[in-house]
Structure formats: C-alpha cells, structure tokens
Design a protein. Sequence first.
Length: 342
Amino acid sequence: MSDLEVISFRPEPEQYAWTFGGAAPVKRIRTPAVLEVYTEDCFAGRVRSEQDLVSQVCEFPYLNPQTGPFHIEGAEPGDTVAVHFVSIEPARSWAASTTVPLFGALTSTHLTATLQEPLPEVVWLWQLDAAARTCRFSARRGSFEMDLPMDPMHGTVGVAPASLEVRSALVPDAFGGNMDTPEMRAGVTCYLGVNVPGALLSLGDGHARQGEGETCGVAVECAMNTVLVVDLIKGVPCPWPRIESDTHIMSAGSARPLEDAFRIAQHDMVTWVAGLCGLDPLDAYQLVTQAVESPLANVCDTNYTSIAKMAKRYLASGPAMGDAVMDGAHARLRELADEYRH
C-alpha cells in the first residue's frame, strides 16, 4: 500500500464546519487517498440523556457539525469527486433521537404554518450492540422494546456549492449536503460534481439506522468512525449527487415540493441511463419508468430528497462514471479499499 496515502483526522471542537462553502479547509489531500475520520453527531454530542432537550442544550445554527472540508488537489469545476465508503462504525455504544418543535413531516413547521401547538420535545436514547449489530428502541411512554438491525450511514456528505454560495449543513441540494438517504452506507461510492477549486469535501451526520423519509426529522443519531477512499475523476461532470453500489446506480434530487425532488432524481437517472446504454432519451425514459425504484431519503429538511435507483442488471455493461480508461471508478475504489484493509 506504499502509493496509497492514509490520512487520519479527528477534529478539535473548533475545527468543525457548519456550512458547505465559506469554511477554510482543514487539510489538503492528493488522490487517491484514504481518509480515516471521526464525525460528531448532529447535536454536536450535547444530547446525552433523556433530559437533554435540543432547545436547551443546542444552539441554532450550530447543528450538524461537519468533518472537513478537505481540499482535493487538482479538483476543478467540471470534475467529479468520488467518495467510496469503506466502513462506517458507531463511535459510541448509544445514539439519540428526538422530536423537535416545528420540525418533522407530521407536525407544524415554519413553512407549513398551522394554529395547532408544536409536538412536545421527547428524547429517546438507543442502545447500540456492535457485536449483535442491533439498535434497541425503548418506548418512553410504555414498556415496549424492540431491536432493529444496525445499518450505519452518513446523512450528510457534500462539496462547496457553486456561485459563491454558502449553505447550512442542514440543507441538501446539487452539491450534496444533508440528503439523509439510507443508501449512503459502507460499500457505496458517492459522486459529487466539483463547483470550486479543491472541491472542499465534508461529511457528518452519522446515523446508526434511519427509515426512508426520516419522518420525525431525526434518525438514530450517533458519532461515527468512518473510512473513505477519495478519488478525482477529471473532466467528467456530475450535475446532481449520484451513488453506485455493486448492484445499483442511484441519483439524488433535492428540492421542495417533493414532486420536484422526485423529478430531478428521475431526470438525472434518465440522462445517466441514456448515456450508459447509448439510448435515445425517450427510450431511456421508457426503460427507467418501468424499472426504477424510488425510495425517499428525507421529507423533513429544508429541501426534500428523493432517490432514483436502477439495478445494474438492466443496463449495458460498462463503467457507471468515467470512461474505459478508468475501468469504472466504483470498481477501482473497491480495489483500493481492499488494498487498505490488507
């Protein structure tokens, strides 16, 4: 592994980024490189008991701290950053979830204004069993308990936005950000279009698990120890975040209303499939319509996020991002991940 640089980084409290764009890089890296990073939970580690209400222990807008940004040498607008998640492991034996006043899909919000009172704040602490790979739910208003499978993911991964914008780490958009999709798990490669020199890659918002849609607005939130392989695909743009697993390709669209997030993801998938398979756009439209899966990511954030997901078995063989010279970014990064492990 002599040619593969390994960089370990655990931020000091003052080093977390709270935005995409507008933050100075914490490190400069040359790709391909392995990043071993620690990410704090969305509460900045301040919700540690059932008595720690977000409104009392957290200070807005200092929510969802990001580890980064990392300046990627040679990254320029028109390129794509490829981020392969080697491992995502909870850094603690517990995680927290909560209801937040005026936040979530089934309550009044500042955008969906009603006269009813907001839901009360309630905190749930989840016990994590790393050996059994479970997350234990314990009801606050009863004796019910249930173990759910652990499925660690990152709610937030992104680069600096275009047009000199600075966006809150709570927001998803074309730059990535707080997409909150359970598909962002170990073994996948996330593709992010570069908007500024150096890309400025950040990530955070670890979830021990999350249901599709993140209905109450808060997942099983926990700090993470995460290993990434980061690479740069020169001269290949990526208009919206894309994800590739061994079996599927996925497009993420973020907007309000939800219909527009759905349209963005589906449009990007049709365009992607047309290019991969050499199809006329209308033929790709028909193929995607009949084969696509459309899991929701979040229906609670500033923008909602919808995923368009296509099984690779329905597509022509070949790399999903890059060209024949690259032999497929996802496959190549999988090989680098194996090299790192051994």
